[in-house]
Ligand binder design. Sequence first.
Ligand SMILES: [Zn+2]
Length: 240
Amino acid sequence: MHWHSIPVTVIRSPRARKVWLKMRSCRGIEVVLPYRVSTSEVPSILERHQRWLMERLAELKDRGEAPGQNPLPDAIRLEFLDRRFSVRYEEGPRAELHAGEEDLRVFLPCGKVGDGATLLQMWLVGLGKTHLIAYCLELAAQYGVPIGGVQVRNQGGRWGSCSARFTISLNAKLLFLSPPLVRNVVLHEFCHVEHRNHGSAFKAALRTLDPLTDAYEGQMRNAWENLPAWTKWRRGDGTD
Ligand SMILES: [Zn+2]
């Protein structure tokens, strides 16, 4: 596959100061343009960066995540649990996942890549419920935070949230992060019990609980961008 055949999306951003290029399995090539740059310049921008585009495509291919490539992984490493799972795929009459201690067997009807992603997401949420809920309750007890409950889902867009009744929702994708980052997300939600916004009082409270909060901000953003494609797959994304 050549990068010429990958779909290109142009995004206009009032915040961008310069041109940004991204290539991801789920969205193809994205070009983020500041308002002062005309869309007519996009073809020449791509030509100028073709070396980067080729390198990025090779990198994604290595991970089995090039646009249009099978997005299902051969291995899954969950840093929070310090565990690695190998994944094997077999053809079967219906989509099924059998989970062992270190290996997963996924049975899929021919061509049903999306079903595989859905099964893996369900497995991830199950593992998240086992480990993240206990972890969150333990931290709540340790810090004396009166949370209303904890739930784990595979939501898009955010690592966690805190409802008006102080129910904390944690993203199962947190299992891909290191323990200090997961702790920071949980403490972030704890601070919402007292502060409902991200104002200066909230920030001060979170920095008191976790002095490394500011240092983690960039890492959290990177971690989200680098999550495996299958964790973000939604029915209708066109891989099926
Ligand atoms: Zn928040």
